[in-house]
Design a protein around this ligand. Structure first.
Ligand SMILES: [Zn+2]
Length: 67
C-alpha cells in the first residue's frame, strides 16, 4: 500500500497500528476513569481499581503488553 504524503510533518503518529498504548487513570471527584493515548477511554467508575481493570482490558484487546 503506497501511502506517501509529501511534506508530512515529522513525528507523524500512525493511528492504524500505534506502537504503544499509554493508559492512565484519572480521577474526577469521587469517580475515576481510564484513558489511553490512542484516544480510547473508559466510562467513569466509582473505584480506581475498576478503572485499572478497564485499562488492562483495553491493553489486552489491543494486544499490547501490560507494563
Ligand atoms: Zn490504547
Amino acid at each position: 500500500m503506497a501511502d506517501q504524503r509529501p511534506g508530512a510533518p515529522g513525528g507523524t503518529v500512525r493511528t492504524d497500528h500505534p506502537d504503544e498504548h499509554r493508559v492512565e487513570v484519572e480521577e474526577r471527584g469521587s469517580f475515576s476513569f481510564a484513558r489511553c493515548s490512542c484516544g480510547w477511554f473508559a466510562p467513569g467508575r466509582r473505584s480506581r481499581d475498576k478503572s485499572r481493570r478497564d485499562a488492562a482490558g483495553h491493553l489486552l484487546e489491543t494486544g499490547a503488553e501490560v507494563a
